[in-house]
Design a binder for this molecule. Structure first.
Ligand SMILES: [Zn+2]
Length: 309
């Protein structure tokens, strides 16, 4: 992987800290331009408002070898992903909002800009830039503070990197900007000119992740021992564990649960729900092929999101 240069961003272009949140998504952007332009945009005042991402990948100087810039510490909030609401503060129609992911995406995300050379390069993000991006994402998902630090990435608290290690490796968590912003960002990073758009399936393949089909994930049931339904959930199989992602509330119809399939552990603590990290059971609902989680003990419902069965 190319070396990572901490370029920083003008103070007004990001916000220190994450208001107590930890990152749980990685968001990929298209620059519509070059790394050099992104470096300078984030370093100066912008009339249209503050703007930044955590990383940019491109060629420096233009046409040179692939390089990575870091603009914002992993602990801090970059301003690249806040477009899930319109200018009146109304939520846009986007996958992010439909799944009821958190209302302020910037607090929960790591963002990466990708050089596409704009119209002169027909919007194409080069193969080498994509390969570098996948390497960078793999490094972040390692959740290993020592490795991440050794690569030259800036952060203060190990906890922020450890949180990256718990991000589900699926197409609901390694996403492009359009996933959040819908029609407000129709091209970031979707098909444009000669570029095919964010190669999410390739990221999933190379990161050993899960590519959900058709954009909609298989709903899961989450149930109490009483069998009441609650919502959907995301799981990622890691060895004999099932990593549960705790993000959204999507109530669906359900019945009693049965067929306990195995223990799961949570990707995030359930403190605010009064739950316990080890008291969920993976179950299969009577409405096959849905899968679900049976919460052992008297807890409130965990918020959940989607995953394959
Ligand atoms: Zn974008």
């Amino acid at each position: 992987m190319p070396s990572i240069t901490f370029k920083g961003a003008l103070a007004e272009n990001f916000s220190p800290g994450r208001k107590g949140k930890l990152p749980n998504w990685i968001v990929c952007h298209r620059m519509v331009g070059f790394l050099g332009g992104t470096d300078s945009t984030f370093a100066k005042h912008n009339k249209r408002g503050p703007v930044s991402t955590h990383f940019g990948i491109g060629r420096r100087p233009n046409g040179g070898p692939v390089a990575i810039s870091q603009y914002v510490s992993l602990d801090d909030t970059a301003f690249g992903n806040g477009n899930n609401v319109d200018k009146n503060g109304i939520e846009v129609d986007s996958e992010w909002n439909r799944r009821q992911f958190p209302s302020r995406p910037n607090l929960h995300t790591i963002s990466i800009e990708h050089e596409d050379g704009a119209t002169g390069h027909r919007g194409i993000v080069d193969e080498e830039i994509i390969a570098t991006s996948i390497e960078l994402v793999a490094l972040l998902l390692s959740g290993d503070p020592a490795r991440v630090r050794a690569a030259g990435i800036k952060f203060k608290k190990d906890a922020v990197v450890e949180a990256l290690g718990r991000i589900p490796r699926d197409s609901s968590h390694i996403i492009d900007h359009h996933f959040i912003a819908g029609g407000l960002k129709p091209r970031c990073w979707r098909k444009w000119l000669d570029d095919a758009g964010f190669p999410q399936a390739r990221y999933m393949k190379e990161l050993d992740g899960v590519m959900h089909q058709g954009g909609d994930d298989m709903p899961l049931l989450i149930g109490r021992p009483t069998g009441k339904k609650i919502g959907t959930a995301a799981v990622r199989r890691q060895g004999s564990n099932f990593i549960f992602a705790n993000n959204t509330r999507l109530p669906i119809e359900g019945g009693t649960v049965r067929n306990v399939m195995g223990l799961v552990r949570l990707a995030e603590p359930l403190d605010k729900h009064g739950g316990d990290r080890t008291t969920l059971l993976l179950v299969q609902s009577p409405k096959a092929p849905h899968w679900g989680f049976l919460v052992a003990g008297d807890t409130d419902w965990p918020a959940g999101q989607t995953a394959p069965g």
